[in-house]
Design a protein around this ligand. Structure first.
Ligand SMILES: [Zn+2]
Length: 463
């Protein structure tokens, strides 16, 4: 046992002496405050856990090799002493491994409250997903799943996006589904008409406990269709109402024209990079004017234009993922949406746009747009795909890409309790073998995933 009296461990040392551990049958009790306030401590959920001898990426930068103490689902302490030991606390020592904040996917759709979405995300190290348009009854179901089952990523949501009659994505959903249940769901969508509707829309969302507002600003230009669109006045009213309620507003747009319009309306972020034409200075200026962020969804764009097929297959066939998602899902990753009918759309425009926006200081965040019916993506896996594309095509270092999927997502979406390995934050953690800060491919060497300090059962037996 190591002497824990090194100076940087003052508080931990005192914690050590304040811990009075005793085993009573299968339950463990301790008195953390040296008073008589005993709390139940279930050993199998690791309410206290020490991770040692790990390389730590804290979400912003490389902390070096150290140790992390988890208590009651939160990060209690971080030390630069990698080989700390504290008696009677479950300890996992993982030399040659890297500990990261749990990944955040800022763009998914858990369609029809698909019970696969949250567990599959978690298995891939994604501890939080942001649903970007769903029917509220589905959100209720998903929240219940989280409350009642283990092994689920946490869910953030906009509930219903701010949709208009026969506006995005209604025509596409109708064209791709004959399921009568889908028609019932569409009937629930907001059919906003005028700026005065914004207040009522926001009031409904606030009642549902949403985390941000999603706008749809899609002309259908890329898909050869003229879709009904919300007016600029309506979008401005929605953004103003979102801000009045302390929420950010992010928007879907797939063409340069739609993107410029919605940025001009004052939106806080985009949920896609356009790929109908190259970026120019007007777009960069518009982003900078709003301090807006971009979630480019590069993997989904590659599926949309079919240029991403090779990379989709690389990820679907990776031997490390075969046990993490069903065969049917792996087949779907290999297929392409191929919806960009207008000639000239290219994912290369999106890569170049991300490079230029990054150089201009625009925050670029990672979200996959993974959805049940969509092909080319898969919950969880596609975040790794996106990390790879950021590094391979967009000039991101591995650390910058990982920051975009952790710290930066939490910062942009105002989730102050996560996204970093920092004392007091949720113990949402990802352990991988190797060093993804040197080779982003190592991020798929998944060895452990914790949500609020609880180990995902896929990784049970980790010791
Ligand atoms: Zn989406």
């Amino acid at each position: 046992m190591r002497n824990t009296g090194s100076p940087q461990w003052g508080p931990l040392q005192s914690l050590r002496f304040r811990l009075h551990l005793a085993l009573t049958g299968s339950r463990r009790y301790y008195d953390v405050h040296a008073h008589n306030r005993f709390r139940r401590h279930r050993v199998n959920e690791y309410e206290l856990l020490l991770l040692t001898n790990v390389r730590i990426f804290d979400g912003q930068s490389i902390f070096g090799t150290g140790a992390v103490l988890i208590e009651d689902g939160k990060i209690k302490q971080i030390s630069s002493d990698p080989s700390l030991s504290i008696p009677d606390i479950p300890t996992i020592s993982k030399p040659g491994h890297t500990l990261l904040p749990g990944l955040i996917d800022c763009h998914v759709h858990c369609d029809s409250a698909n019970p696969t979405a949250l567990p599959q995300s978690l298995r891939f190290g994604v501890t939080t997903v942001c649903d970007m348009h769903n029917e509220y009854p589905n959100i209720v179901t998903l929240r219940k799943q989280i409350a009642e089952q283990g092994d689920c990523a946490d869910l953030k949501t906009t509930s219903f996006a701010a949709t208009v009659e026969m506006g995005w994505p209604m025509p596409v959903v109708l064209a791709h589904s004959t399921n009568p249940h889908v028609k019932e769901e569409l009937a629930l969508w907001p059919k906003l008409e005028k700026p005065e509707d914004a207040k009522g829309y926001l009031a409904n969302r606030m009642e549902e406990g949403v985390d941000y507002i999603k706008l749809m600003h899609e002309s259908g230009g890329l898909m050869g269709g003229g879709f009904n669109m919300p007016s600029i006045e309506l979008q401005k009213a929605l953004i103003a109402e979102a801000h009045a309620n302390g929420l950010i507003a992010v928007a879907h747009a797939l063409t340069k024209k739609d993107t410029l319009e919605i940025l001009e309306a004052g939106v806080d972020g985009l949920t896609h990079q356009f790929c109908d034409q190259p970026i120019d200075q007007s777009v960069i200026d518009a982003y900078r004017k709003n301090s807006a962020h971009l979630n480019p969804t590069l993997a989904a764009l590659g599926s949309l234009t079919t240029e991403g097929k090779d990379t989709q297959e690389k990820f679907a066939h990776d031997p490390r993922v075969q046990h993490l998602l069903p065969e049917e899902a792996r087949h779907r990753v290999c297929a392409c949406m191929a919806m960009a009918k207008e000639g000239g759309a290219s994912v290369e425009y999106a890569y170049e746009a991300v490079r230029q926006l990054k150089a201009a200081g625009v925050d670029i965040v990672i979200g996959s747009d993974a959805a049940g019916p969509a092909v080319g993506t898969a919950w969880g896996l596609s975040v790794h795909h996106e990390l790879y594309l950021f590094v391979k095509h967009c000039g991101f270092s591995p650390a910058e890409a990982l920051r975009a999927a952790t710290y930066l997502n939490a910062k942009r979406f105002n989730f102050p309790d996560r996204g970093q390995i920092k004392e007091g934050l949720r113990a949402d953690l990802l352990l991988v073998e190797g060093n993804p800060l040197e080779d982003i491919d190592d991020a798929l060497n998944l060895r452990g995933v914790w949500k609020e300090g609880v180990l995902c059962s896929t990784y049970a037996g980790l010791a």
